[in-house]
Structure formats: structure tokens, C-alpha cells
Design a protein around this ligand. Structure first.
Ligand code: SF4
Length: 170
């Protein structure tokens, strides 16, 4: 694992990265194999966290975070998030349900070919984005980011990388 000390973060692109979400959804709906690009969105936060840059993806890059932040800003009604949603148990449960569903869908779709796999990833990520959008409307614009399985994964990896980096012999 990478040394987590002194890793530089990229400047933020979240002022415009929401465009990536719209372009991807538009193209992938027209040509389903492009749905596979969704895997890039899923693995980038993991790779970045393993590189020792913690949640740089969430804070500076994530197209979905940028999208929900921008488009729910004016319509968010700002309800208080229920206390149970702040618990680790809820984060793990949501992570398990979403990752389990995603893995199951991949197992089902891969034998059916690239069009079905691409469309499956697209539909899964569209559903997650709708959920994120609902969180944004009900709570605060980026409320989804406090429970998002990919953000949770990269946060956990950040902890692991930092611990490994501290334990490394100097
Ligand atoms: S928590 Fe999820 S949706 Fe939010 S910025 Fe991170 S990866 Fe994107």
C-alpha cells in the first residue's frame, strides 16, 4: 500500500464534472456497452484511496457528487437526517445490500454479453443516482455522500492505508 503522507491532491473539477454524468447517461442509453464506463466511476475512488489520497475522489472529482450537489441545491428541503442513518451499522447494511445487488446483477448479466452488462451497470447506477437525488431533495444536497457505499469504501480504505503507512518501518 502507498505511503499516505504528503500525497498531493488534484485541484477540484467538481465545478463541471456533473457534465460527465449527463454525457455518460445519454450515450449509454443510446449505446448500452458504454454503460461499462460506470465501472470506472466505481473503481476510481478505490484506486485513489489505495494511492494514499484518501477521499480525494469524493472531494474533488466525483461526477455524481457534483451532479446531485448542483441540481438539488435549490430544491433541497433540508430535513434532518434520521439518527440511524449516521450509524456504522446502517452504512455497512447499505453497503452490503448495494454491493451484493451489484455483484448479483453482474453474475446474471455477464454471460448475456456486453450490451446487457453495459445496460445493467447503467440501470444500477441510474437507480443509485435517483436515490442520491432523493436524499438531496429531502435532506441536504450532498446528503447521499454521507451514506454512499463508494464513499464509505474509500473512507475505510483511507483508514487502512493510513494505519499501514504509520506501521511501516522508517
Ligand atoms: S460519497 Fe459517493 S456520490 Fe458522494 S462524492 Fe463520494 S463517491 Fe461520489
Amino acid at each position: 500500500m502507498a505511503d499516505a503522507q504528503n500525497k498531493k491532491w488534484l485541484p477540484s473539477i467538481q465545478g463541471w464534472s456533473w457534465i460527465i454524468t449527463i454525457v455518460w447517461v445519454a450515450i449509454a442509453n443510446l449505446w448500452h456497452p458504454f454503460g461499462l464506463y460506470g465501472l470506472v466511476c466505481m473503481f476510481t475512488p478505490i484506486i485513489i484511496a489505495l494511492s494514499g489520497r484518501g477521499k480525494m475522489h469524493c472531494a474533488r472529482i466525483c461526477p455524481r457528487g457534483s451532479f446531485i450537489g448542483l441540481f438539488t441545491r435549490k430544491i433541497s428541503i433540508g430535513l434532518k437526517k434520521p439518527a440511524f442513518m449516521k450509524s456504522r451499522a446502517f452504512h455497512w447494511a447499505l453497503w452490503g445490500v448495494m454491493m451484493g445487488a451489484f455483484a448479483g446483477l453482474l453474475v446474471w448479466s455477464v454471460p448475456k454479453g456486453v450490451y446487457i452488462v453495459g445496460n445493467t451497470i447503467l440501470v444500477f447506477m441510474e437507480a443509485a443516482t435517483v436515490l442520491a437525488f432523493l436524499f438531496g431533495i429531502l435532506f441536504t444536497p450532498r446528503a447521499w455522500c454521507t451514506v454512499c457505499p463508494m464513499g464509505f469504501t474509500s473512507g475505510n480504505l483511507r483508514g487502512l492505508v493510513e494505519r499501514a503507512s504509520k506501521e511501516k518501518p522508517q
